[in-house]
Design a protein around this ligand. Sequence first.
Ligand code: PGA
Length: 252
Amino acid sequence: MANSPRPLVAGNWKMNGLKASLVELSAMAKAYDAALHSKVDLLICPPSLWIAPAVSQLAGSALAIGAQDCHFLPQGAHTGDISALMIKDAGASHVIVGHSERRTDHGETSALVKSKAEAVNAAGLVAIVCVGETQAERQAGRANEVVGEQLQHSIPADGKAKTLVIAYEPVWAIGTGLTPTAADVADMHGFIRQTCERLLPGQGQGLALLYGGSVKAQNAAELMQVANVNGALVGGASLKASDFMAIADVYR
Ligand code: PGA
């Protein structure tokens, strides 16, 4: 399909990895051969401290480097923060915004997430906007309502399929080993596709929609073949090259 999004398997290292962990990136780059690159984009988002060294270490490789968060302003008096402009300057291509751990640990609202996503796009980078319901919300039958509301308020007003990726990450599946059924993922991703098409007319069909939450080699094949799933956002299983590449290899 001309319109179908190119798959993306993205790794989020979260607050994991010391300098020595950068060897994993070289191992990933080595395993990411032309045949695999013809099928899927691969991205690792290490702690921001490691973005610049990772980019120089990976020079010449198709393995992309991204950030896990950014401030919504390009510069200023904001101690401890980094901007999308700095991330771009360091050589990264993507920024994750609105991860549930940011929403929970730092009280980030969808309005803030939207301003961050817009800053990412303004810097010329791809924004990966995360959404997902809690277990209580799913049990109350409110999963679509919650995700629909997050989408409406978190995605950039003029988002384009080329520079926006949506990651559906049910909060209860992150780091728990639990995953939704393939049928639940299909329902939610269909709903996200429809909602994005409504919010961004003409762009929804081309958006890459990632599933995230306890993705590993053992469940990746099943999850990645679900309708409207165009890749994965991987936490724990992205720290080791062997685990991450086993997931990517699903697209071979
Ligand atoms: P997990 O994390 O793969 O360790 O469940 C996913 C994420 O939070 O992106």
